[in-house]
Design a protein around this ligand. Sequence first.
Ligand code: NI
Length: 141
Amino acid sequence: MVITRKIEFSASHVCRNPEMSEPENQALFGLEANPRGHGHNYVVEVSVRGDPDAVTGMVMDLKELQEILNREVVGPYDHRFLNYETPPFDRVIPTAENIAHDIWRRVAPCVGNPVRGLYAVRVRETPDLYVDYFGETPCSA
Ligand code: NI
């Protein structure tokens, strides 16, 4: 079974590659490349896969998952200018794809155990764009 918890945060970013020229960045990223940055209201869905526990009937206590997401994602991301305040985005372009990968890296070790593991991270940057990441699960679930 797969259970999913949704969280939201607001953050600013700039998407540009410092190895590229200004015209190249403009062509590739458009307004996203403006160095002043701009904000998005991100919606993140984190899914955990496993079997319901025989005693609790739950794959995972959703309060515990909420606490993990607050600590590992909302804390480092909310109301931040990601390029300047939230590593690794001082050196990694903070696209929705790279944000999904970073959230996976932060959350997977906290939810994995021998009978369950992180299954998916979905990052919505706008209502009509989202990215799904299915990374390596650090357990057999
Ligand atoms: Ni943007």
